[in-house]
Design a protein around this ligand. Structure first.
Ligand SMILES: Cc1cc2nc3c(=O)[nH]c(=O)nc-3n(C[C@H](O)[C@H](O)[C@H](O)COP(=O)(O)O)c2cc1C
Length: 328
């Protein structure tokens, strides 16, 4: 059968619809991950969000998702080694995920070699987040099997390039490439597949769903925003993060303060600053995402907000996108 959905991603992940609900700190709650997988796409667990934001022990949280669906789910490993303790904890989470039957992994930042070794030994695959060809070469060299091509329209840590440009520079590497960023409609999904992408990873579209536990003001802000309302701020994690330009963001600015900029310059200071940022941003983003008052609002979102006009059921989105691809 080839209905336009039978791509290398679909085969690697064992799914029907090559559509990923991307890992989202703090928005990946178990019900959202499960709903996307149950509908034929694949939801990806973000272990820090699962434990720190949604209060689950990682193994228990994975089992809870497994109770909701027996279809494949994925797991995100953020592997930037800001501290040894963090890296050890992440590797433990990867081992737990493998023990619980997860075989699809998305690695972000850093070198995926240690994760790839473990995952390959269990017969799984690793797709690595990249924003440019040079990171793709490093990721593949370290054992990645596929690439998540994060473009400049993405929510979270966006890249500098357009989707078409990025695919052009990755195509000859001859591995599956997934388009991440800026897609919020079925037309965008169909177009990405037509360009030659092996699938699409969406974040923002899945926040505005009934299954996502983000607060109502955050979801409403996504519905109200246009692409021009998305700005990049360095104030949260020290590197550009795509957020909605709320009055709070306008008031506080988008540049890191002078002390933070100085700290980010020296190599050792940079490591410490990254750890401090990780702690601070973890708290800040958790509070903003769950807050029902909508005042201190660091709301991450991509330029895909343009096509998002209603809070929908996540499964309905997956099915509608799949149908559009079959009809194309
Ligand atoms: C709120 C939010 C949090 C995110 N957190 C992560 C994360 O923890 N790890 C990661 O690899 N990507 C993260 N991303 C990126 C998404 O997985 C995905 O690549 C991106 O959202 C695609 O762009 P879109 O939002 O325009 O669909 C995040 C994105 C958003 C919107």
């Amino acid at each position: 059968m080839n209905d336009g959905l039978d791509t290398r991603l679909a085969r690697d992940a064992g799914i029907e619809v090559p559509l990923i609900c991307g890992p989202m700190y703090p928005c990946s709650n178990p019900e959202l991950v499960a709903a996307v997988s149950a509908a034929g796409g694949i939801g990806v667990v973000q272990p820090l969000a699962l434990s720190y934001v949604h209060g689950r022990d990682v193994r228990e949280g994975i089992r809870e998702i497994r109770d909701l669906t027996d279809r494949p789910i994925g797991m995100n490993a953020l592997i930037e080694a800001s501290s040894r303790a963090y890296r050890d904890r992440m590797e433990r989470w990867v081992d737990i995920a493998l023990e619980e039957g997860i075989r699809f992994f998305i690695t972000s930042l850093g070198k995926p070699d240690r994760v790839a070794e473990r995952v390959h030994a269990a017969g799984g695959v690793v797709y690595h987040d990249v924003t440019e060809r040079k990171w793709a070469l490093k990721g593949l060299d370290a054992g990645a099997d596929g690439l998540i091509a994060v473009n400049r329209r993405a929510g979270g840590h966006a890249g500098p390039k357009r989707a078409a440009e990025l695919l052009d520079e990755l195509r000859d590497l001859d591995v599956p490439v997934v388009c991440a960023g800026g897609i919020g409609t079925e037309e965008g999904f169909v177009e990405a597949l037509r360009m030659g992408y092996d699938g699409v990873q969406m974040g923002t579209r899945f926040i505005a769903t009934t299954q996502c536990r983000a607060g109502q003001p955050y979801k409403q802000a996504i519905l109200d925003a246009d692409a021009d309302d998305i700005v990049l701020t360095r104030r949260v994690t020290g590197i550009p993060l795509a957020v909605i330009n709320t009055p709070y963001v306008q008031r506080t600015g988008t540049e890191a303060g002078p002390l933070a900029r100085w700290m980010l310059r020296g190599r050792r200071r940079k490591k410490l600053m990254r750890t401090l940022y990780a702690l601070k941003s973890g708290r800040q983003l958790k509070r903003a995402s769950l807050d029902e008052s909508g005042t201190k609002d660091y709301w991450q979102a991509g330029r895909s907000v343009d096509g998002i006009h209603a809070i929908e059921d996540a499964a309905t989105i997956v099915r509608r996108f799949a149908q559009a691809a079959r009809n194309a």
